[in-house]
Write a protein of this length. Structure first.
Length: 116
């Protein structure tokens, strides 16, 4: 059990709650507030679709040790960032597009594990 990962996961879950439920968008860095039309939607999507799954994944990974653990977390973060961007920009609108992203992610992870 990795207590450092557990602490990070709990912190991510806390940020998820603050951003998604309490709409504390000041916790999000790196966006121009003048460009954002709907801060409430940004908080809901970012907190619920990005921080919540990442927090849960980090908490679960804190209990297990396996090869390429860091790589799995990085790939999961990149995929979730892509999904959040696509949903917010209304470029991902269908279940088929989300399914394609999921299948590509699974095949990347499978290739990574089979490569060793």
């Amino acid at each position: 059990m990795d207590y450092g990962l557990l602490d990070i996961g709990i912190a991510l879950l806390l940020v998820s709650y603050l951003v998604a439920v309490k709409k504390q968008t000041w916790l999000l860095a790196g966006f121009n507030e003048k460009m954002i039309k709907n801060k409430s939607l940004l908080g809901t999507i970012t907190g619920g679709v990005f921080f919540l799954p990442i927090g849960l994944l980090v908490v679960i990974n804190s209990f297990n040790d396996y090869p390429y653990e860091v790589m799995v977390l990085i790939i999961a973060m990149l995929v979730l960032l892509t999904i959040v961007y696509g949903i917010y920009q209304k470029k991902i609108t269908s279940l088929i597009q989300l399914t394609v992203i999921y299948v590509l992610t699974r095949s990347c992870l499978a290739a990574l594990f089979l490569w060793n």
